[in-house]
Design a protein around this ligand. Structure first.
Ligand SMILES: NC(=O)c1ccc[n+]([C@@H]2O[C@H](COP(=O)([O-])OP(=O)(O)OC[C@H]3O[C@@H](n4cnc5c(N)ncnc54)[C@H](O)[C@@H]3O)[C@@H](O)[C@H]2O)c1
Length: 314
């Protein structure tokens, strides 16, 4: 495989067929390149036809196997058509990377029904319909498969202005855990990744923007406080996680939410009870009020993504 396609991939995916939704640019394109670089045939889906076609063409030009698929993920007919395309063109399906995404950020009191529904349609419904179509195909084939879903720090923690997006991403993590249970017997692993990288979606975050600009315009590497401290790097930095999860090396990894950005690989915890209190016969409001501050409410959980903290120049 030509070196242009190989991003840290010694894993062999030859003979495997992968779909990447939203693969025309950003993280999805990096995933598609890396999967192809490891030997997989890739269906590059995107709602942006020019982007999907250019992405697939560039993979082919580098010696990989790829075809574009232009359609908006969300509804079942698109998901079914996408899986059908993989099977018609490459004979089977092994990996579904449900990556496509949009933002419609507004604070709660300004968010419209349309803002909410648009994000739900692409992220939550799109992940559901694509995963379902892939799961049906995996079960028909009878030899396992991989579902790789896209979460976000916003879904893990909540984020200002992202009612719709945070809800979808939290839902996607919950779906990954649910499907890991349901598909275990079929040998299908299901994991949620939490990527962080400079893309169209994130390049304008004020704390990151000057560094992204310096990287893109002058090739200046992102500083360590970003790559390690904020887990913020390039889309290519995240692609190795997708290739790993697609590979035989990750056959035993399922139901996990795994973060990668810049130099930081991380495992996210699952929500669990961190404090409990008991009373005989149950709790009424007065009983809760009497003990709450000193019992389960003593150490409140944090919420929200901590603001980036650039080191102070000395
Ligand atoms: N960039 C980050 O730091 C970051 C952080 C957390 C999560 N994510 C998630 O990673 C995924 C990729 O994000 P990105 O930063 O590369 O974004 P991006 O905006 O650069 O790319 C998203 C791609 O999805 C495509 N797309 C949008 N709606 C679509 C639809 N209905 N059907 C098919 N394609 C569609 C877009 O055309 C675009 O090519 C998203 O799910 C995003 O929420 C990204």
């Amino acid at each position: 495989m030509p070196s242009a396609l190989i991003k840290g991939a010694s894993v062999d995916l030859a003979g495997k067929v992968a779909i990447v939704t939203g693969g025309g640019r950003g993280l999805g394109f990096a995933y598609a390149q890396a999967l192809a670089g490891a030997g997989a045939a890739v269906v590059v889906n995107d709602v942006d036809g020019d982007a999907a076609k250019a992405a697939a063409a560039s993979i082919v030009a580098s010696g990989g196997l790829a075809i574009p698929h232009v359609a908006p993920v969300g509804d079942a007919d698109v998901a079914d058509g996408l899986v059908g395309t993989a099977v018609d063109e490459f004979g089977r399906l092994d990996v579904m990377v449900a990556n496509a995404g949009i933002l419609r950020d507004r604070v709660l009191w300004k968010m419209t029904d349309e803002d909410f529904d648009d994000v739900v349609r692409v992220h939550l419904r799109g992940t559901f319909t694509c995963a379902r179509a892939a799961a049906i195909r995996f079960r028909e084939q009878g030899d396992g498969g991989r579902l790789i879903l896209a979460g976000s720090p916003a879904g893990q923690r909540g984020n200002f202005g992202q009612t719709n997006y945070a809800a979808c991403k939290a839902g996607i993590t919950a779906m990954a855990r649910t499907w890991a249970l349901e598909l275990a017997k079929s040998g299908v692993t299901v994991n949620c990744i939490v990527p962080t990288a400079a893309t169209e979606m994130t390049r304008t975050i004020p704390a990151f923007a000057p560094y992204v600009e310096a990287l893109e315009q002058r090739g200046q590497p992102l500083p360590a406080w970003l790559r390690k401290g904020e887990a913020f790097g390039t889309p290519g930095d995240v692609a190795g996680l997708v290739v790993f999860l697609a590979s035989d090396a990750a056959a035993g990894v399922t139901g996990q939410t795994i973060g990668l950005g810049g130099d930081r690989l991380a495992l996210w915890s699952y929500p669990s009870e961190v404090a409990t209190a008991y009373t005989d016969g149950g709790w009424d409001a007065d009983a809760i009020a009497a003990v709450y501050p000193m019992s389960v409410g003593r150490e409140p959980q944090t919420y929200g993504i901590p603001a980036p903290a650039a080191p102070v120049a000395s």
